[in-house]
Write a protein that binds this ligand. Structure first.
Ligand SMILES: Nc1ncnc2c1ncn2[C@@H]1O[C@H](COP(=O)(O)OP(=O)(O)OP(=O)(O)O)[C@@H](O)[C@H]1O
Length: 277
């Protein structure tokens, strides 16, 4: 049996009205993602990849290359212009973009997790850290208060947030702690697929390192498949077994991370690797 968890084919997102020439006159060879004829933005075009159970796939590229757009579509934060994504969940198989709104919500709440760069997107700052995790646990059919609190505490401990802070509001937490609570919340439903979008950007180096270690531990422990979006080669190097390199909405290079780092084929990737040396 294949361990494939996600299959993405021809995924594209154009912002604007679009025209028949958009995709032919944008991309790395034109050095732009803006269509010269209609002004639409080709945020992502013809993205193809497979993801396997427990695997970490990195998506790297400069700002505006289409990394977040790709993940946003898969997490239903944005709708694709075209393309397909199939999620393999045990014996079940779901065509993600054919699901109705309620089915997409259920998929997001129960089978997927997301950790954003900006904790305001992932956390509710009106309620406590424990409350944030409880919100998600309630969606996973856990209804008993004591059980929810116990599990929320367990998740906070696992992500190394002091239990003493379970009733405190995450707005009083440091950036690194907020990311830990986001990770705890995302993991509450034990999702087989986790999206991480620039989760360590803006944090101190030592805090970054600790969060990256935590992500690796979780992947090992829970066999969670992850898609990690970053502009930081160090993050890719540490976390991702395979990597897609994006530029102007296109995947320009893909393969084993070690291979890409050791022998980058595309001039852009060569510059990216050289600048990180
Ligand atoms: N709602 C929108 N309307 C118009 N253009 C958009 C919209 N969302 C994204 N874009 C454009 O799509 C392109 C890809 O954006 P995306 O956020 O995916 O890039 P990114 O690689 O994640 O960059 P960053 O690292 O800065 O987040 C950019 O040119 C961006 O300006």
């Amino acid at each position: 049996m294949s361990n494939k968890i996600l299959e993405v084919r021809g995924l594209s997102r154009i912002h604007g009205k679009g025209c028949p020439l958009c995709t032919q006159h944008t991309g790395p060879e034109f050095d732009t993602n803006i269509c010269p004829f209609c002004g639409s933005v080709v945020a992502a075009h013809d993205i193809n990849f497979d993801l396997y159970r427990g695997e970490i796939l990195g998506i790297i590229g400069e700002s505006g290359s289409g990394k977040s757009s790709t993940v946003k579509m898969l997490y239903f934060d944005d709708a694709p212009t075209s393309g397909q994504a199939t999620f393999f969940d045990g014996a079940e198989q779901h065509d993600l973009f054919s699901l109705n709104a309620a089915q997409q919500r259920s998929m997001r709440n129960k089978r997927f997790g997301m950790v954003y760069q900006n904790p305001h997107l992932g956390l509710n700052f009106q309620i406590s850290a424990g409350g944030n995790i409880a919100e998600r646990l309630l969606m996973s059919d856990l209804k008993h208060y004591a059980e929810i609190r116990r599990r929320a505490g367990e998740l906070l401990s696992r992500t190394e947030v002091s239990l003493a802070r379970i009733d405190q509001n995450p707005k009083t937490f440091s950036g690194g702690m907020q990311q830990r609570v986001q990770i705890a919340k995302a993991l509450a439903t034990r999702p087989p697929l986790l999206f991480l979008d620039e989760v360590t950007t803006g944090l101190d180096l030592s805090v970054q390192a600790a969060i990256l270690d935590l992500i690796l531990e979780i992947q090992n422990e829970l066999d969670t498949a992850m898609i990690v979006v970053t502009h930081d080669l160090g993050v890719i190097r540490l976390l991702a077994g395979r990597t897609l390199v994006m530029k102007h909405g296109r995947v320009i290079e893909s393969g084993l991370t070690d291979q890409i780092l050791e022998d980058p084929q595309h001039a852009y990737t060569q510059r990216l690797v050289a600048s990180a040396l």
